[in-house]
Ligand binder design. Structure first.
Ligand code: F6P
Length: 401
C-alpha cells in the first residue's frame, strides 16, 4: 500500500568525485520513495551540469534494480558548480538556469549526493533560488561536516589498507622504504585509518604538519634496531612544517607554481638550477622543437619528493606507490552498502514528511536530518586529540611531529 507523502516528485543527482556506494544510495532512495510513497523520480545526469543543461531521465524501480553492488554512479557526475560553470571557454554563473530548470521539472525537492562542495552548492541554490534541497554525505575522504562518517570512506579504507598490507612484503624483501600516497587533500582520515589498520610505520596527514628530519631519525632508529624496511602512509594533502613556512614567506606566485608553465626567459642551466632551488620540489623540463627551446615547470609529485628526501636522509633505498583513483573504484563494502541503504531509506521518510534543506547524516548509529546551514562551508578534519591519533602515538607510530 502506498503511504501518504507531502512530496510528489524529486530530482536526484550525484556530484563531485565518485565513490563506491553512490548507486546503493540512489537505489535505496528511489526504491523507498517509489514503492513506499508513490513519489516520481527524475534522475539528473552528470551532477549540477546536467541540471543546467536540462539532461534528465525518468527513473523507475526497474532502473535501480541490480545496482546495489555497482561502483561509480549510474547518473554520472561532474565537479561543476552552478555558480561557476565552465561554458564555451568561459566561467559563467548559471545558478538562475539551474533553479529555473529545477522548477520546470516540477520537482518538490532536489536530492544531491556529494561531498563538502555539493553541500555548499545545494545550500546556495536553496538560498538564492528558493528551491528545496536535501543532501547525503559522500566521499572517501570522510571530510563532510556534521556526520560521523560519509559513505565511500569505509570502502576506500579497505582498499588502502589492503594496499599497505601488500606493500609490506615487498618492502621487507628489498629492505626499502615505501611511501604510499593515500587520497585526502584536506583531511587525513584515510591515511590515518589505513595507516593504522595496515601497520604503517609513519603516518603523515594534513592536520599535523610534519618535520622530515623527525621522520628520517625514526626510520634510522628502526634500522638500528634491526628492522630494515619501513612503510610511510602519506595523505596527499600532508605538508611539511618547512613547506608551510616557505609558502608563507615567499608567497610563490600562482603562475610559477602551475604545472607546465612556459618559461620564456630561461637560457642557461644556471638559471634552471635557480628555479629548482626557489621552488621546493619543482623540476624543470626542457623541450626542444626545431630551433626553439622552451621550458616547462613540472611539480614533482609530493610522494616522490618525500621518498627522494627520505632516501637522501637515511641512505635507504625508497620507492613510491600512489594509490590514486583505485581507492574510489569498484564495489562498495558491506558497511557502505548498509550505510547507503539506511541513509537512502531515511531520505525517503523525510521526503514523505516534507522535511527539506537538511543533510541526512549518520550520527551515533542512527540516520538523522541535520540543517544544511550547519553543514555547508565546514569541513570534518581529524582533531589533534582523536582516539586514532592517541592510539598511533601509543603503539609507537611516527606522525612526523
Ligand atoms: O573525492 C575526493 C578526492 O578523492 C580527493 O581526495 C582527491 O584529491 C580528489 O578526489 C581527486 O579527484 P578527481 O581526480 O576526480 O578530481
Amino acid at each position: 500500500m502506498v503511504r501518504n507523502s507531502k512530496t510528489r516528485c524529486i530530482g536526484i543527482l550525484t556530484s563531485g568525485g565518485d565513490c563506491p556506494g553512490l548507486n546503493a544510495a540512489v537505489r535505496a532512495i528511489a526504491k523507498t520513495v517509489i514503492k513506499a510513497y508513490g513519489i516520481r523520480v527524475i534522475g539528473i545526469l552528470d551532477g549540477f551540469r546536467g541540471l543546467v543543461e536540462n539532461r534528465t531521465v525518468h527513473l523507475e524501480n526497474k532502473d535501480v534494480s541490480g545496482i546495489l553492488t555497482l561502483g561509480g554512479t549510474i547518473l554520472g557526475t561532474s565537479r561543476d558548480k552552478p555558480h561557476k560553470m565552465p561554458m564555451g571557454g568561459k566561467t559563467i554563473d548559471m545558478s538562475d538556469v539551474a533553479v529555473a530548470n529545477a522548477k520546470n521539472l516540477h520537482i518538490d525537492c532536489l536530492v544531491c549526493l556529494g561531498g563538502g562542495g555539493t553541500q555548499k552548492n545545494a545550500y546556495r541554490l536553496h538560498k538564492q533560488g528558493g528551491i528545496n534541497v536535501l543532501t547525503l554525505p559522500k566521499t572517501i575522504d570522510n571530510d563532510v561536516y556534521g556526520t560521523d562518517v560519509s559513505f565511500g570512506y569505509d570502502t576506500g579504507l579497505q582498499i588502502a589498507t589492503e594496499a599497505i598490507d601488500r606493500l609490506h612484503t615487498t618492502a621487507t624483501s628489498h629492505h626499502r622504504i615505501i611511501v604510499c600516497e593515500v587520497m585526502g587533500h584536506s583531511a587525513g582520515w584515510l591515511a590515518l585509518g589505513a595507516g593504522l589498520a595496515g601497520g604503517a610505520d609513519v603516518i603523515l596527514i594534513p592536520e599535523l604538519p610534519y618535520d622530515l628530519n623527525i621522520v628520517a631519525e625514526y626510520l634510522l632508529e628502526r634500522r638500528r634496531s634491526g628492522r630494515r624496511f619501513s612503510i610511510v602512509a602519506l595523505a596527499e594533502g600532508a605538508e611539511s612544517q618547512e613547506d608551510i613556512k616557505s609558502r608563507q614567506k615567499k608567497k610563490i606566485k600562482k603562475k610559477r607554481s602551475s604545472v607546465n608553465t612556459r618559461i620564456k626567459s630561461i637560457s642557461s642551466l644556471k638559471d634552471l638550477d635557480k628555479i629548482d632551488d626557489d621552488q621546493n620540489g619543482t623540476l624543470v623540463v626542457r623541450e626542444i622543437q626545431g630551433e626553439e627551446r622552451t621550458y616547462h615547470l613540472v611539480q614533482e609529485p609530493k610522494a616522490s619528493r618525500v621518498a627522494r628526501q627520505l632516501q637522501e636522509l637515511t641512505g635507504t633505498e625508497a620507492r613510491v606507490t600512489s594509490l590514486g583513483h583505485v581507492q574510489r573504484g569498484g564495489v562498495p563494502s558491506a558497511f557502505d552498502r548498509l550505510l547507503c541503504t539506511r541513509l537512502g531509506a531515511k531520505t525517503g521518510e523525510l521526503l514523505a514528511e516534507g522535511v527539506y534543506n537538511v543533510m541526512v547524516a549518520y550520527r551515533g548509529g542512527v540516520c538523522v536530518p541535520v540543517p544544511l546551514e550547519d553543514v555547508a562551508g565546514k569541513r570534518n578534519t581529524v582533531p589533534a586529540n582523536h582516539p586514532m591519533i592517541e592510539a598511533a602515538r601509543l603503539v609507537g607510530t611516527c606522525l612526523g611531529v
